[in-house]
Write a protein that binds this ligand. Structure first.
Ligand SMILES: Cc1cc2nc3c(=O)[nH]c(=O)nc-3n(C[C@H](O)[C@H](O)[C@H](O)COP(=O)(O)O)c2cc1C
Length: 422
């Protein structure tokens, strides 16, 4: 019986345990979590989403307050055309977050940064270029391009001195999306170093339509991508993601020809994960019927989350002066439109905004319980430490469970005291 540890991922001359912890935006995949993956020989991700906020929390900077001050007069405006990011601030915040993480890195693994194209930040190209360059300057090992086709992203940074040395990967959900990306990558003669193939059961945003995802199957898409790369004569590691819950699930993909797997949901309940402990307990208590894929995200992509996410139906005032990460180049966001279109009651109170949620604000305060489909199985992976309260395992425990497990067995964490039966 094979285990994941029987395989290795090769990226250039570097060798890794073939387990990647995926990016989980706004500091859910925290530096602590990514650093554990690297220490254990795998690959961990941080995310550069809302890096100003993350830097304020981690390093006591004041980026959000300063931006809010600058745009104090704009709160009542329906459009946010003039609420621009200061590129030097974006750069400084990214340097802090990514650079601080890289300085703390120990061990044989790597730390990558997840960079979402859908964070259009009122000036998509300029802000994306700044973010990518700042991550490279901060010494990141790799950049995973996500939440978008990223057709122009490599061109934006082709002149950077680390363009050919940093590992670049792209997340796709079809061979077609990959072929579009590769066409543009050829222009700068820079093939990606790995391709993450994200299937319909993943957490966060999905690269499938609302009616498409239930019919899609990760194994089929992985086979399609592997066949496509072979036909193109390209040897690029393929890394499936979405619903890979046990080490044996992972092994099945490696036997199919994948080079590693990317996982996330199992790590959401670890001590190092950036979610508050109260949210981790909510994930642990979730049942299958509590999970939905909806259109709450203003990005236009379907997103998977728990139905009891406080963000759903909230009528919070848009906070683009402070955040504004989803503003398009016209200064619009579909939550802004939904908020403006939602009436007030007879007492002048805003009614719940049903169509969309203010993703920036609610991801920043961990009120969107986004999760993979198998979130309801998390309770199988730990023990109760008090009535109604689950033990939160360490990232090392979960990492090693993926690495060494056989026959779909899940090793439970051991408690010092007496574990209650589930
Ligand atoms: C809480 C959470 C947040 C996520 N946020 C992001 C994100 O910001 N960017 C991204 O590319 N993927 C995001 N994902 C997707 C993961 O990186 C990963 O590819 C996927 O969830 C793997 O499937 P699994 O959760 O079933 O293991 C997120 C997943 C979760 C569970």
């Amino acid at each position: 019986m094979s285990k994941l540890d029987d395989f290795r991922l090769m990226l250039g001359s570097k060798e890794y345990v073939p387990l990647v912890i995926g990016g989980m935006g706004v500091d859910i995949s925290s530096a602590e979590l990514a650093l554990e993956a690297a220490r254990l020989g795998g690959i961990g991700h941080i995310s550069d989403a809302l890096s100003a906020s993350v830097s304020d929390r981690r390093f006591k900077t004041a980026f959000l307050r300063e931006k809010a001050e600058r745009y104090r007069g704009h709160q009542e405006m329906e459009h946010k055309r003039d609420v621009a990011f200061d590129l030097e601030e974006v750069r400084q915040a990214t340097l802090r977050h990514v650079g601080g993480t890289m300085e703390a890195k120990r061990g044989p693994g790597a730390v990558f940064v997840n960079v979402m194209e859908k964070l259009t930040m009122n000036a998509p190209k300029a802000t994306l270029k700044t973010r990518l360059e700042a991550s490279m300057d901060a010494g990141v090992d790799g950049i995973t391009l996500s939440a978008g086709l990223h057709l122009g992203s490599l061109e934006l940074v082709a002149e950077h001195p680390r363009f050919r040395d940093v590992h670049f990967g792209i997340i796709v959900s079809s061979a077609r999306a990959l072929s579009l990306f590769l066409k543009r990558a050829k222009r700068v003669d820079r093939m990606p170093d790995y391709v993450v193939v994200e299937g319909p059961l993943a957490g966060g945003h999905l690269g499938f339509g609302l009616d498409e995802w239930p019919k899609a199957n990760l194994k089929d898409i992985v086979a399609e991508v592997i066949a496509f790369l072979a036909k193109e004569g390209l040897s690029i590691p393929v890394i499936p993601a979405g619903g890979i819950f046990t080490g044996t699930d992972a092994v099945e993909y490696l036997q199919q020809g994948a080079s590693a797997v990317q996982v996330a949901t199992r790590f959401t309940i670890t001590r190092e994960c950036g979610l508050p402990d109260s949210a981790k307990q909510i994930y642990l208590k979730a049942e299958e019927a509590d999970v939905e894929v909806n259109t709450q995200s203003p990005t236009g992509y379907p997103m998977r989350m728990l139905k009891n996410s406080p963000a759903i139906g909230s009528n919070i005032k848009p906070n683009c002066e402070t955040l504004g990460y989803l503003l398009d180049s016209e200064g619009r966001c579909s939550y802004l439109d939904a908020y403006n279109a939602t009436p007030v009651d007879e007492k002048g109170r805003k009614q719940p905004v049903r169509e969309r949620t203010c993703l920036c604000t609610h991801m920043n305060t961990f009120k969107v319980y986004t999760c993979g489909h198998y979130v309801y199985r998390l309770k199988e992976t730990t023990v109760l430490e008090a009535p109604g309260r689950y033990h939160l395992p360490s990232a090392e425990h979960v990492f090693k469970d993926y690495q060494f497990s056989e026959e779909h067995r899940i090793a439970l964490p051991k408690l010092e005291g007496l574990a209650l039966p589930l």
